[in-house]
Ligand binder design. Structure first.
Ligand SMILES: [Zn+2]
Length: 729
């Protein structure tokens, strides 16, 4: 005590969150479980959002609602309300809102399934799981029980380590030397594992209990089966999951012995590739400071917290994984990876780049910080001060620049070969990015660096992607659960958008077209009043277009002779030489429909929805065409043209039908195939946009997971159909 100040070790207690969290059932985080929508509704009707939020936020009754200080943004007077009648929370300060499930995901950092399970446990409901055998359920229950027991064991060991620290003078001296205060020490629950082989025997009288081995605290010798403590004479850092439960330890030596850090092994509760040290402790700071600083060691995290950067976390002696990055993005939209300036640091940064690329959406910020070779964050701040460090962080290398640096590594950009090599290095990195503005801009940048037209580069890469893509099975129906694992896979956009079928750079929707009006996500938009009935998962995001006649047959292929004959029909790719913009796919669809209005019959709800979402002008034209068609059936272009006179739709219609691409000519069957192809590409593009949007809403919108699954499944079906269309093989 004397060295670290009064009150250092006294009154140490676990935070209220921790205590509550400890009664939670363990998450089965990466399990894919289809939870029926009816169950979600029932669950939400049984829990009270006021209780759930009240566990984390102090609430006071104010009128019909409860008020409190918003846990999502820093504030002094309450603008955070919880409505018992609507079962929603809403912050008038930062706009965060949602139901009980959303709150647990957002605030406690749980995944959707985890949050549902948590709530279900509280009200004694069993989460129904399709296709799960009683034996499997039993196994899962046992697993859950085991995990709860293991965290109890680890917690008990942690308590003991903390007590031991009080009397371990050399450990206290070390902390003092590193400038770690009692307060910070307490916040991170630091402890001391005494020297000696059986220190834990005094904590656990049954030293041969297999749980000690399973939790990684005790090692059993292979030779003589003797048992001994894993951590001896080390400074102990308890590793907590996002709920605050102790799931493992990191132990640091005091001198130069090796290994400097020793970690708990992988156990049923501890997975290095998924957990981040300090995340639980950093949660509030992540919101206050607006970004996460990812460092390389436990001591960095503690030292940074001491120096005013409580938003630091660390990987656990492993390379950064996409799971890590995704976990961080549940708490913040900006991540800065910090590395030592040496070769090992660069290599670690490359791995972090790979992990971060699939999650680098346009709304997120990812940066890379390289410290001067002789510094770690701690020493940097001690030498130059916190403000200098904050500036240094602000100037960190953005992901886009680091990607280009990484691709150019070892390439002489002054030489043609070097530029070609750079482009070839860049492709696999670039293709990991989710579709969006960043991705498209990067393509131009890489092309400029390679001294190519971005269209040429795009073509080359598209061919390359087609050549190297794994062959996909040509089976018919693909069940929905074959969709890519959520969160691990970005929307598939491995190749640049297809040029060869009448596309132009500006017609890809993302850059030039106004943002489509996405279907309401159920939680994230609007105020309280719109949400009296919580919506949930299970709604297809497509097929929601209202005002469309309900009796139209879904899907295609209803025609007598759908795509059967392939009489040499061709796509007539626009010539690549003279760069005349052939208009967008939507333009082409409009031309076909105006020239052959009977094709309106071919449109499904989904087609119509996608078409009307392209641009306002196109939307108005398609709606008008549909109305005409419904009223009086198909007419020729000459008649349509007369009827359009003076209408707002006229200029676009005239422009399309009088352009150099003129009116589509060819046999009806061929044109029908062409229309289907164009429509499918529009649909795929539309779905991709929705996928991007849905992934972004995943942290706040519990229904997003299911919607994403539906979207992936639909995309897969459409891709399949594209491959089976006669002329696109
Ligand atoms: Zn707020």
């Amino acid at each position: 005590m004397p060295v670290l100040g009064t009150g250092f070790f006294f009154g140490y207690s676990i935070s209220p969150q921790t205590l509550t969290a400890r009664s939670f059932a363990q998450a089965r985080q990466n399990t894919q479980v289809a939870i029926p929508q009816s169950f979600i509704q029932e669950l939400l009707s049984r829990v009270d959002v006021v209780d759930i939020v009240g566990r984390y936020v102090q609430l006071k009754k104010g009128g019909a609602n409860f008020m409190g200080l918003c846990p999502f943004h820093g504030e002094k007077s309450p603008s955070f309300t919880v409505s018992p009648s609507k079962q929603f929370f809403h912050c008038f300060g930062c706009g965060k809102n949602g139901n009980a499930i959303g709150f647990l995901m957002e605030h406690a950092g749980m995944g959707f399934v985890e949050a549902v399970q948590d709530l279900a446990n509280q009200v004694g409901l069993q989460v129904p799981q399709d296709d799960i055998s009683p034996a499997e359920r039993e196994r899962q229950a046992q697993q859950k029980q085991k995990q709860a027991t293991l965290t109890d064991v680890l917690e008990k060991a942690g308590d003991s380590y903390r007590k031991q620290l009080k009397t371990a003078q050399h450990a206290i001296d070390y902390l003092k030397k590193r400038g770690v205060s009692g307060e910070v020490c307490k916040r991170f629950g630091l402890g001391y594992a005494p020297a000696g082989w059986h220190g834990l025997a005094s904590v656990f009288p049954e030293y041969d209990n297999p749980q000690l081995e399973e939790s990684g605290l005790v090692i059993v010798s292979e030779e003589d089966k003797r048992r001994y403590d894993r951590f001896r004479d080390r400074l102990m850092f308890p590793i907590r999951n996002v709920k605050g439960e102790c799931i493992g330890f990191g132990g640091r030596v005091f001198g130069d012995e090796k290994p400097k850090y020793l970690n708990s092994p992988e156990t049923p509760v501890f997975h290095k590739g998924r957990e981040l040290y300090g995340l639980f402790e950093a949660r509030q700071a992540l919101r206050d400071m607006g970004y996460a600083l990812v460092t390389e060691g436990y001591m960095d995290v503690v030292a940074l917290a001491q120096l005013g950067f409580a938003n630091a976390v660390a990987t656990l002696g492993t390379a950064c994984t996409p799971d890590h990055v995704q976990k961080l993005f549940r708490f913040t939209e900006a991540v800065v990876f910090s590395f030592d300036g040496d070769g090992a640091g660069r290599r670690a940064a490359r791995k972090a780049l790979d992990a971060a690329l699939p999650l680098a959406t346009d709304t997120r910020s990812i940066k890379f910080l390289f410290l001067p070779a002789e510094h770690d964050p701690d020493s940097f701040i001690r030498e130059f001060g916190s403000e200098a460090f904050a500036r240094y962080v602000g100037d960190a290398t953005p992901l886009s620049r680091f990607l280009i640096e990484a691709a150019s590594d070892g390439c002489d950009l002054g030489q043609t070969e070097g530029r070609a090599h750079m482009a070839s290095n860049a492709r696999p990195l670039w293709s990991l990015l989710p579709d969006g503005v960043l991705k498209r801009q990067l393509l131009s940048e890489i092309a400029a660096l390679a001294q190519l037209d971005s269209r040429d580069l795009s073509e080359i890469w598209a061919k390359e992607a087609a050549r190297t893509a794994p062959a996909r099975p040509r089976t018919a129906a693909t069940p929905a659960h074959d969709a890519p694992p959520l969160g691990e896979q970005p929307p598939a956009w491995d190749a640049p958008p297809a040029w060869e079928h009448g596309g132009s750079w500006s017609d890809m929707g993302g850059l030039s077209a106004p943002a489509p009006d996405y279907p309401p996500s159920g939680y994230s938009q609007g105020g309280f009043s719109n949400h009296s009935a919580p919506q949930g998962a299970g709604q297809n995001a497509y097929g929601q277009s209202s005002g469309w006649r309900g009796n139209r047959q879904q899907g295609f292929g209803r025609d007598k002779k759908p795509w059967g004959r392939n009489k040499g029909s061709e796509w007539n790719p626009p010539p690549l030489g003279p760069r005349v913009t052939p208009g967008t796919r939507t333009d082409q669809a409009a031309r076909l429909l105006m020239a052959h209005m009977e094709f309106m019959e071919e449109l499904t709800h989904e087609d119509f929805d996608a078409l009307t979402h392209s641009t306002e002008a196109h939307g108005a034209l398609f709606r008008w065409l549909e109305a005409q068609f419904t009223e009086s059936g198909p007419r020729s272009w000459a008649v349509l043209r007369e009827q359009l006179k003076g209408l707002p739709q006229q200029p676009l219609a005239e422009k399309l039908m009088n352009s150099v691409h003129a009116q589509p000519e060819g046999e009806l069957d061929e044109l029908r195939v062409e229309l289907r192809g164009v429509l499918n590409r529009i649909l795929i593009e539309h779905i991709k946009q929705q996928i991007t949007q849905t992934i972004q809403s995943m942290s706040t919108d519990p229904s997003a997971t299911q919607r994403l699954r539906d979207l992936y499944a639909r995309q897969q079906t459409l891709d399949q159909q594209m491959r089976n269309l006669p002329s696109s093989s």
